[in-house]
Design a protein around this ligand. Structure first.
Ligand code: ZN
Length: 337
């Protein structure tokens, strides 16, 4: 079951499970096959095995990449946006949907590479990371999608439907029967969004809401100011939706989303407590907090993820008045208030 390439998860909605060579060994992309659209949600990694499996999955559905009419990218991580460039080459007429807050850092990365690199090393240094093994390479996507006429840089609140030709690409503010609504869910990334179909009670949740793993909620250069606060608020937004099934980007479909939201919020509460406790002995840099909480589990690239996690929690504690951040000329120190 876990290895099934294509699964029909709802009427005309197919999950295609693409391989990844990491601890997390797959990503689910979704294909909506409707009379007025062949819609892909997320793209998979830019690797030959992933290309091949996507094409194979499409072929099982009697399709090929050139038939795609619309491509939604929930956020710009490599497993979600990786194949986009290839797919746009194969399906030049397909429309792209990316959140504007996600597009902006990609644009910056390309137009101001020196500035971005400088901000990143400055960020590491000020937070107490002195030597880094493994490096930062591979952490981002050095690709800026071209925006064509008909593409949409989203803000959240848009609705789209593909099952009735007359109503394709609506722009009206009124709720449209059967439509997929865009909810901006910052937290995992600044411009992450999910797609919700109220009539079908389905949520395409990307990495925002996963059934068995908690996605990284980190504060990095380019993040929103308070990623953890945003993430919790984004979860609360989902809590109020009526959902029959959540279709996540990793792991199986699930329906106990309220329980899952509670679990995730508890998980971050516990982590806030542990990070607060790590400041018991006096002021600490974020890197020292990482050492206390994660120790040897945070090496190489995982150290960067852990640093981001520590900082998103420290910032939340700071905003709650429980922690004070003090900047010296070369470091940021956190202490209990
Ligand atoms: Zn992600």
């Amino acid at each position: 079951m876990a290895d099934t390439l294509v699964t029909e998860v709802a009427e005309n909605l197919f999950r295609i499970r693409l391989p990844m060579p990491f601890g997390l060994d797959h990503i689910n992309v979704y294909l909506l096959k409707e009379p007025d659209g062949v819609v892909l949600v997320d793209c998979g990694l830019d690797m030959p095995e992933s290309h091949q499996k996507l094409d194979e999955g499409l072929a099982q559905l009697g399709l090929s990449p050139d038939r795609l009419t619309d491509i939604f990218v929930t956020h710009a991580h490599p497993d979600h946006i990786g194949q986009l460039e290839r797919l746009r080459r194969l399906a030049p007429g397909a429309h792209l949907y990316l959140h504007r807050r996600e597009y902006q850092p990609l644009q910056e990365r390309l137009t101001d590479q020196t500035g971005v690199t400088h901000r990143m090393s400055n960020w590491l240094e000020r937070n107490g990371v002195t030597q880094l093994s493994g490096g930062m390479a591979g952490s981002g996507v050095n690709y800026l999608p071209e925006i064509h006429p008909g593409d949409r840089l989203l803000a959240g609140g848009e609705s789209f439907r593909f099952d009735k030709p007359s109503l394709a690409n609506p722009t009206t503010q009124d709720r449209i029967q059967g439509a997929w609504e865009v909810f901006w869910t910052p937290g995992h990334t600044a411009g992450h969004y999910v797609l919700y179909n109220r009539d079908r009670r389905l949520l395409l949740s990307g990495d925002h809401l996963l059934g068995s793993i908690s996605s990284n909620i980190g504060k990095y250069p380019g993040s929103t100011d308070d990623p953890l606060g945003d993430f919790i608020a984004s979860l609360e937004q989902i809590r109020h939706l009526d959902i029959g099934e959540v279709l996540p980007a990793h792991g199986p479909t699930f329906s106990n989303y309220l329980e899952r939201i509670d679990d995730l919020e508890d998980h971050h509460q516990v982590r806030l407590g542990r990070i607060y406790a790590a400041l018991e002995g006096g002021p600490r840099t974020a890197a020292q907090v990482v050492e206390t909480i994660w120790g040897d589990r945070a090496r190489g690239f995982h150290r960067i993820l852990a640093l981001g996690e520590a900082l998103s929690h420290l910032e939340r504690l700071r905003l709650e008045g429980r922690v004070v951040a003090e900047e010296t000329s070369d470091r940021v120190w956190f202490r209990a208030a």
